[in-house]
Design a binder for this molecule. Structure first.
Ligand code: HEC
Length: 194
């Protein structure tokens, strides 16, 4: 009897530590890229048109997973943007995806409003559900209206209230990003100015 109990105790201890080990591995491994902190400072931001274009907006990935970001951005039925994703339509408004679990309400997106000049970017406002843009609109309140499969990305037809900017105006604002030097890519529309 005593022997049996001892076996059970030992078995329990071994099983327990295996569980801890499995837990530790699970924490470290499959989700390793996702668990890395996404650190954002004013220096994170750069010339909009140097980022990767997707249709009429631009993307990047701060953790080196541009492929993952592009896969979701180009998917016809949506998906969840991977951590590190940067999405921008205008030079001054940015969405960045943090690691899973960072903020349940915003699905881990952080919203940024920037001031930009030839000298670079400065962060005017950042946060999750309470960032207001310079037109008095709450980023999250609009973006959360996108249907769930679009992961808070509005584009057109995803369920958000539209912005009062035509595609032509958006293109004009993109091309006028003061952080972009004359040597920056995709300034084709600007030839007349140089
Ligand atoms: C009035 C609602 C509204 C507000 C407020 C708003 N957005 Fe948007 N945003 C939109 C819509 C609609 C689009 C898509 C526009 C298009 O593609 O023509 C968009 C596009 C974007 C995009 C490109 C990806 C996408 O969702 O299509 C980013 C990034 C973005 N907004 C960030 C922000 C940030 C950051 C703020 C706050 C500083 C903000 N937005 C405020 C409605 C809004």
């Amino acid at each position: 009897m005593k022997g049996q109990r001892q076996t059970r105790v030992v078995f329990g201890a071994v099983a327990g530590s295996m569980l801890l080990l499995a837990q530790a591995l699970a924490d470290e491994h499959p989700a390793a890229a996702d668990a890395r902190a996404v650190e954002v400072t004013a220096d994170t931001f750069r010339c909009l048109t140097d980022m990767t274009p997707v249709r009429h907006f631009y993307v990047d990935n701060l953790l080196g997973n541009l492929e993952g970001t592009l896969a979701v951005a180009n998917s016809e039925d949506g998906g969840v943007y991977p951590p590190g994703s940067v999405v921008q339509l205008l030079p001054t408004e940015v969405m960045i995806k943090h690691g899973k679990g960072w903020n349940a309400a915003t699905r881990d997106w952080e919203f940024f409003e920037l001031d930009v000049s030839a000298a670079g970017s400065s962060i005017r406002n950042r946060g999750f559900t309470d960032v207001i843009n310079r037109f008095g609109g709450n980023c999250f309140a609009c973006h959360v209206r996108a249907r769930p499969e679009w992961d808070l990305i509005c584009e057109k037809g995803h369920g958000c209230e539209p912005v009062p900017l035509s595609r032509e105006k958006i293109l004009e604002l993109q091309q006028a990003d003061p952080r972009c030097g004359p040597g920056d890519a995709q300034q084709e529309g600007d030839q007349s100015q140089s």
